[in-house]
Design a protein around this ligand. Structure first.
Ligand SMILES: NC(=O)c1ccc[n+]([C@@H]2O[C@H](COP(=O)([O-])OP(=O)(O)OC[C@H]3O[C@@H](n4cnc5c(N)ncnc54)[C@H](OP(=O)(O)O)[C@@H]3O)[C@@H](O)[C@H]2O)c1
Length: 304
């Protein structure tokens, strides 16, 4: 059982709902809400206290798109049992902009800070049991939603590094393709991390296509409009699910040891709903240890 849990991006959407569901489990003693906005974190904490009747939430101010912010915010964190790396999305209105750490904003938001957070916790023995990263079915492609399957030429360190710093893409590449490759590269990196720390369970779990979150709020206007139009239609066709179902995937992932370390779990179906399975069933390259190590080395080039 996980007594102490940290969730990044816990003030909204799936992260906030996961905090609510975890607080209702009898063994949970403390939940760190790691958020970039203190005001939003306080508002979320008040909601969660009211909804659960529990006062077990603690705020950690953390911008996961900034390495220094991650390092500063966890310097005084006590050991935790479980980490849910949930913060993410399209990386604001300028997803291709380069951050001061040398990666695209979308890569920084979904990946770089989380890799720093996980590394620091592992290196200092402050993660006792399990880490879960919010993946996405986009990482294996969702043709019906116009998201291409990642198709790397060499899967070399250079190629993965070009996904991190954006040189892999051109100015016309849709943000959905960037998002898919960021989630794919991170899942591969985490498989390498899982091999380095065999006593900790490290998994990637897609929450699935989810209605009612704020994922497109800060997106470029076209994406925002398409998302707003598509989501209700897809939900009515049973091709997306509610936030409670999505958060339950996280809760199951960290609580149930049958979810194996070093695996990327996402929907069994073509569309992002329903049961989850090991995605290497669909993508043999996920099992390639050299590719995993290359993704790990590429990301760690940007961690100084
Ligand atoms: N919704 C879907 O259909 C879907 C499908 C597959 C995967 N996912 C993944 O699931 C995760 C949660 O998505 P969601 O739909 O719940 O989105 P959401 O409602 O937009 O919530 C995202 C959370 O991440 C936080 N966040 C964003 N950038 C951050 C940063 N730099 N530092 C710290 N926190 C940051 C947001 O904080 P602010 O309020 O401050 O922006 C918010 O709390 C994401 O990783 C997403 O990629 C979602």
């Amino acid at each position: 059982m996980n007594k102490t849990i940290m969730i990044t991006g816990a003030n909204a959407g799936i992260g906030k709902e996961a905090a609510r569901q975890l607080a209702m489990l009898k063994d949970t003693e403390k939940i760190y809400l790691a958020c970039r906005s203190k005001a939003k974190a306080i508002a979320a904490m008040k909601d969660l206290e009211t909804e659960t009747g529990k006062q077990i939430f603690k705020i950690v101010e953390m911008d996961v798109s900034d390495i220094q912010s991650v390092r500063d915010s966890i310097s005084s964190i006590e050991p935790i049992d479980a980490l849910i790396m949930n913060a993410g999305g399209n990386g604001s209105k300028t997803p291709k902009k380069i951050t001061r750490d040398g990666v695209t904003q979308i890569f920084a938001t979904n990946s770089l800070g989380h890799m720093v957070l996980l590394d620091e916790l592992l290196k200092t023995n402050r993660l006792r049991k399990v880490a879960l990263y919010a993946g996405s079915e986009a990482a294996r492609g969702i043709p019906m939603m116009g998201i291409k399957r990642p198709n790397l030429k060499t899967s070399s360190i250079e190629e993965f590094a070009s996904i991190c710093d954006g040189t892999y893409f051109n100015k016309h590449t849709p943000v959905t393709d960037l998002y898919a490759l960021v989630k794919y590269t991170t899942a591969m990196c985490l498989m390498a991390t899982a091999r380095k720390y065999p006593n900790i369970r490290i998994i990637t779990m897609s929450p699935g296509g989810t209605i009612g979150t704020e994922i497109a709020t800060e997106s470029p206007i076209v994406i925002k409009a398409i998302w707003k139009m598509m989501v209700p239609i897809m939900y009515s066709l049973g091709l997306m699910h509610k936030v409670g179902v999505a958060a339950k995937r996280y809760v199951d992932g960290i609580s149930n040891e049958s979810y194996k370390s070093g695996v990327f779990y996402a929907s069994k179906n073509r569309m992002p709903v329903g049961d989850v399975v090991d995605q290497s069933v669909f993508m043999k390259e996920l099992k390639n240890i050299i590719f995993q190590d290359n993704a790990y080395k590429a990301i760690h080039r940007f961690i100084k």
